[in-house]
Design a protein around this ligand. Structure first.
Ligand SMILES: [Zn+2]
Length: 420
């Protein structure tokens, strides 16, 4: 992508009406645009990050046998009445169609996926099944806040697992904990993310959240340093301030953001639909379920909170919009300047041909060199390449990693190899 043609611009200052760090920095760097409170547009740079996060999640879901579907956002009232959630679901976004019927914009999809599974999965031979989607969700929050963390519209991966019994659910539930950590590892937040015990509601002792420690987190968690697990605020008193694993009483309180959650639903949603299967002996048994969520925008916001400094973003390599930020530094001498331009153009082409994503600052002398460098830091690609009169005198390009101060001259002929 050429910065001369990218239709969005960075801003010199962070937006004044936005309080949360994640939204401020992502807006300033031109990744998202705020449409209204809790509602954002993903701009080209932000959309690339979103798609990379989406693909990581999709790959990991597919690896455990997940089958992807896309359910509608617009859902009829009657399925929500069947589970009792039309009245009881917090912040369900309700609306009336011109047919005078009532609808909800889906905040979660048990009410759609259970009747769907019911049409196809009848026998113990069909089980287990894991159905997931990556889709827009809605919550009618009274006050949307915390930028990307608590939106009125947000993109989620939600998976629903269907099992013959609780033992099978328990095995898959454990496996999904590992899968979630794999996703957070690939997204660059493994070290600061904790499996966190949360209330299981009426049907299970615990559910689990994945909480990422960051100063701007909206939740308080209590970390056991011995077990590397945490407990959330909601249940810490019920546990007498002890680690549920080792009874350690010296837990560290930290601010954190919830980046994922997993629940054992058991028959909470299969029972209201009368959903049973036929077991090996020919008897009817209740279908047992689990559900597994990750908010993609929330994850992107969390990564921005964890990986930035006072100059801007510092993207982990698997989810960066581009690997390389290439800058041409213009020279006064016309002939020298042409040489710089030709070299930078060739580098742009060669790197892309070797499969490396490049954001090319080709804005010439319309933009000062200082502003180009500031934009590179703000946008936060992991590697900055500079072509200038000085580097060309050495047949070289200057390489600098976004998270390091050290600069290095690398010979032009070795550059694709060194970037890789
Ligand atoms: Zn412990």
């Amino acid at each position: 992508m050429r910065l001369s043609t990218l239709f969005t611009k960075t801003n010199k200052e962070a937006p004044k009406d936005e309080l949360s760090i994640n939204a401020r920095i992502l807006m300033q760097a031109g990744f998202i645009d705020k449409v209204s409170a809790g509602v954002y547009t993903y701009l080209p740079l932000g959309f690339r990050v979103l798609k990379k996060i989406e693909n990581i999640i999709r790959e990991e879901m597919d690896k455990v046998g997940g089958q992807e579907v896309l359910m509608p956002a617009l859902t009829p009232k009657k399925v929500w009445e069947q589970t009792g959630r039309w009245e009881n679901f917090d912040a369900l976004f309700k609306l009336i169609g011109s047919d005078s019927r009532e609808y909800a914009l889906g905040a979660t999809h048990e009410e759609i996926v259970v009747p769907l599974a019911q049409q196809h999965i009848f026998s113990y031979k069909d089980l287990p099944v894991y159905i997931y989607q990556i889709q827009d969700k809605f919550r009618n929050e009274k006050r949307a806040k915390s930028g990307m963390l608590r939106g009125r519209e947000f993109i989620m991966k939600d998976m629903y697992s269907f099992h013959a019994d609780e033992a099978d659910l328990d095995i898959f539930y454990k496996e999904m904990q590992k899968v979630y950590f794999k996703i957070f590892e690939r997204c660059g937040i493994l070290d600061s993310t904790y499996l966190t015990f949360a209330s299981g509601g009426a049907f299970s002792k615990y559910s689990h959240e994945f909480q990422t420690v960051t100063a701007a987190g909206e939740d308080d968690i209590y970390i056991c340093g011995d077990c590397k697990i945490a407990v959330n605020e909601e249940i810490i008193k019920d546990l007498n301030n002890k680690c549920p694993n080792c009874e350690n009483k010296h837990l560290n309180k930290e601010k954190a953001i919830e980046v994922g959650n997993i629940f054992k639903l058991k028959d909470r949603f299969s029972a209201p639909f009368g959903y049973e299967y036929i077991d090996e002996a020919g008897n009817k048994k209740p279908i047992i379920m689990g559900c597994y969520g990750i908010g993609l925008g929330r994850l992107m916001g969390t990564i921005a909170e964890v990986h930035h400094d006072d100059k801007g973003l510092i993207w982990p390599k698997e989810i960066t919009p581009y690997t390389v930020h290439l800058i041409e530094v213009n020279a006064k001498d016309v002939e020298e300047n042409n040489k710089i331009k030709l070299t930078a153009e060739k580098l742009y082409k060669d790197l892309q041909e070797s499969g490396i994503g490049v954001l090319f600052d080709d804005r010439g002398d319309n933009v000062s060199t200082g502003a180009k460098f500031a934009d590179a830091d703000l946008i936060g690609c992991p590697m900055r390449l500079v072509v200038s009169e000085r580097t060309l005198n050495n047949d070289s390009v200057e390489i600098k990693k976004r998270n390091e101060e050290e600069k290095e001259l690398v010979k032009l002929k070795h550059i694709a190899r060194d970037v890789k």
